[in-house]
Design a binder for this molecule. Structure first.
Ligand SMILES: Cc1ncc(COP(=O)(O)O)c(C=O)c1O
Length: 376
C-alpha cells in the first residue's frame, strides 16, 4: 500500500491519469504536426471507426467539438426546433438543457428516480404532450437510465430517444453500451470524463441517416462535394490532435472503467455500515462510475470535515436546472420534482479517478468513517 501523504486528494486528477500515456501522447502530437492535416484527417476517421465498432454500431460515430455540441447537433439531426418540447430531468448538468434551449425547443423538466438519480420513466410518461418530440435520457454519474421502460414510451408516442452519455462512457445495460440503445447518443471528451481528451471534444452516435446530417452540420452545413447544399451549420469538429490523443487513450477505456468500479466497490464495502446512502447498480446495469455520489442529511458538515482533512468533494449539482433562471426560461415543469429537491440537499461526490492510490482511497474511507463515528 502507498504511503499516506498529507497532500490534497482531488475529486479527479486528469494530470495524473494522463501521465500514464505521456510518451505515446507526445508521439501522437508529433504525428499530427508532421501530417499537415489538422482537421478531419486520418486520426479523426480512425477514432470515429474505433468508437463506432466499440459501441457495436454499423456506422462510425461523428466527432464534434464538445459534448454540448454533440447534444445540439443530435437534436437538430432529429429535426427538433422551435415549438417542440423535449423531456429532460432537472437533475442533470446544465449543458443537457442548454442544448435544448440552443435549438429553440422547450425543455420539460421531470423528476428522477431516487436510487439511480436518472430520469423517472413514470414522470416521462405523464409529461408527454402533443408538442413533445423527444426524450433526453441522461445516464447520470455513469449509471444507465432505465432505457427498458423509456423505449416503449418513446415508441408509443413517436418520440426520438436521445441518450446523454457524457458521464457514462463504458456503461452497459444488458451488455449493450450506452449510446447504442436509443436513437442518438451524445458523448463528451472533457478531460475528466471516462474517456477524456486534453481539451474539449465530443461525439454523436446513431443511424446512418441522422449521422449524415450531423456530419454536415459540424462543417458549416456543407455536404459533399464541398461548398454545395448549404444548410444552417456550425463549425464544431473534433480536432485532429484531440482525436490522436483519444486514439491513444481509447485502448484503456475498458480497464479504466474496471478501475473505477474497483474503487467504487471498496467505498461501498467500507462505508456500508454508516448512516449514508451509497450508489446502487441495478440488475442488468454496468455502472461506469464517472462519479461516486453518496447521500446524507449531514452533507454540508461532512463536506466541511473532508475539506479540512484535505479531501476534495463535489456537488453534482448544487442547483437543479428548473430553478436556474438562465436555463429554465420558457421551460415547463411536469410534476413536483420531489426527488430532485431531496437529492439537491443530500448529494456529495467523493474522489474517484483511475490513478487514485490505495493510500488515497484509504484516506477518504477513514475520514468519512471518522466523521460519522464522532472522531473529530
Ligand atoms: C451530463 C452532461 N451532459 C453534457 C455535458 C457537456 O459536455 P461538454 O463539457 O463536453 O460540452 C456534460 C459535461 O459536463 C455532462 O456532464
Amino acid at each position: 500500500m502507498d504511503a499516506v501523504t498529507e497532500s490534497t486528494v482531488g475529486l479527479a486528477d486528469p494530470r495524473r491519469d494522463l501521465a500514464r500515456f505521456e510518451d505515446q501522447l507526445v508521439e501522437a502530437a508529433r504525428r499530427v504536426i508532421a501530417s499537415g492535416f489538422y482537421i478531419n484527417g486520418t486520426e479523426v476517421r480512425f477514432f470515429e471507426e474505433t468508437m463506432g465498432r466499440a459501441l457495436g454500431l454499423e456506422s462510425p460515430v461523428v466527432g464534434v467539438g464538445s459534448g454540448t455540441d454533440a447534444l445540439i447537433m443530435a437534436l437538430l439531426a432529429a429535426g427538433i426546433g422551435s415549438g417542440d418540447e423535449v423531456i429532460v430531468p432537472s437533475h442533470t448538468a446544465g449543458p443537457s438543457v442548454a442544448a435544448i434551449r440552443a435549438v429553440l425547443a422547450t425543455p420539460v423538466f421531470v423528476d428522477v428516480e431516487a436510487d439511480t438519480a436518472c430520469v423517472d420513466p413514470d414522470c416521462v410518461a405523464q409529461a408527454v404532450s402533443p408538442r413533445t418530440k423527444a426524450i433526453l435520457a441522461v445516464h447520470l454519474y455513469g449509471h444507465p437510465a432505465d432505457m427498458d421502460r423509456l423505449k416503449p414510451i418513446a415508441k408509443r408516442h413517436d418520440l426520438v430517444l436521445i441518450e446523454d452519455c457524457a458521464q457514462a462512457q463504458g456503461a452497459l445495460l444488458h451488455d449493450r453500451p450506452v449510446g447504442s440503445i436509443g436513437d442518438l447518443g451524445c458523448f463528451s471528451f472533457y478531460p475528466t470524463k471516462n474517456l477524456g481528451a486534453i481539451g474539449d471534444g465530443g461525439a454523436v452516435s446513431g443511424s446512418k441517416e441522422r449521422l449524415k446530417i450531423v456530419r454536415k452540420l459540424r462543417t458549416y452545413g456543407w455536404s459533399e462535394p464541398q461548398y454545395s447544399d448549404l444548410a444552417l451549420g456550425r463549425c464544431s469538429r473534433l480536432d485532429e490532435i484531440q482525436a490522436a490523443f483519444l486514439n491513444v487513450k481509447f485502448s484503456t477505456l475498458d480497464t479504466d472503467v474496471k478501475s473505477r468500479r474497483r474503487i467504487a466497490e471498496i467505498y461501498k464495502n467500507r462505508l456500508s455500515d454508516l448512516p449514508i446512502e451509497l450508489p446502487v447498480e441495478r440488475p442488468g446495469a454496468y455502472h461506469a462510475y464517472h462519479l461516486f455520489v453518496v447521500k446524507t442529511a449531514s452533507r454540508d458538515p461532512l463536506r466541511e470535515y473532508l475539506s479540512r482533512a484535505g479531501i476534495m468533494t463535489g456537488l453534482h449539482y448544487p442547483f437543479p436546472v428548473h430553478v436556474q433562471p438562465g436555463l429554465s426560461q420558457g421551460a415547463r415543469t411536469a410534476g413536483s420534482l420531489v426527488v430532485t429537491l431531496d437529492l439537491q440537499a443530500k448529494i456529495l461526490s467523493l474522489p474517484l479517478f483511475v490513478t487514485m492510490t490505495d493510500a488515497e482511497i484509504e484516506r477518504v474511507v477513514t475520514s468519512v468513517q471518522d466523521f460519522f463515528r464522532g472522531r473529530h
